[in-house]
Design a binder for this molecule. Structure first.
Ligand SMILES: [Zn+2]
Length: 171
């Protein structure tokens, strides 16, 4: 298990404590209707790079924060998704929260492994996805690593942790 993802939680929380009450965020466009909830993106009015996405569960109203990420359905085929090293998550509206959290796991990879290593991982993942079924692809190490990082980041009761169709390390 990597201990890195919990470190990023701490970094972001510390940043929030020090400065965020003085920052203003604006809603970045309309809501995206994903399976089981809506996504709204927020951007700092002074700095477009300081942003976050929020997934609000339809049933419970629970809000899941995706720090530094933006989630849209632009430039994706149906049922597909990918994540860029800057935290831009492109995901088909057929995705549920667990799948979005998995994509965020790829962003965690990018932050902790660096852009160059992440680009290599992305290529390996794309090639693997192209030649394997979805189920097989989810067992490929790049995917297990992303799901594991996401499960640590979002916590023991998160959708990604509870979704057994997305294997984590040791499963
Ligand atoms: Zn993936």
């Amino acid at each position: 298990m990597s201990k890195n993802p919990s470190a990023i939680t701490y970094t972001y929380a510390a940043k929030n404590k020090e400065g965020d009450q003085f920052k203003e965020y604006r809603k970045n466009g309309g809501e995206y209707n994903y399976r089981g909830g809506n996504v709204q993106n927020w951007t700092n009015v002074d700095n477009n790079k300081d942003r976050y996405a929020v997934f609000t569960k339809l049933k419970s109203g629970e809000m899941i924060n995706f720090p530094l990420a933006e989630i849209t359905d632009s430039w994706v085929f149906k049922n597909e998704g990918y994540t860029l090293s800057d935290g831009s998550i492109h995901a088909s509206l057929s995705f549920n929260l667990a799948l979005l959290e998995h994509e965020y796991g790829h962003f965690l990879q990018a932050m902790f492994l660096g852009k160059k290593a992440f680009e290599v991982i992305s290529q390996l993942s794309l090639v693997n996805a192209a030649v394997h079924s979805t189920e097989e692809h989810r067992r490929f190490w790049t995917e297990v690593d992303a799901s594991t990082r996401a499960a640590i980041f979002f916590g023991p009761k998160s959708d990604i942790e509870l979704d057994k169709s997305q294997p984590k390390e040791g499963e």
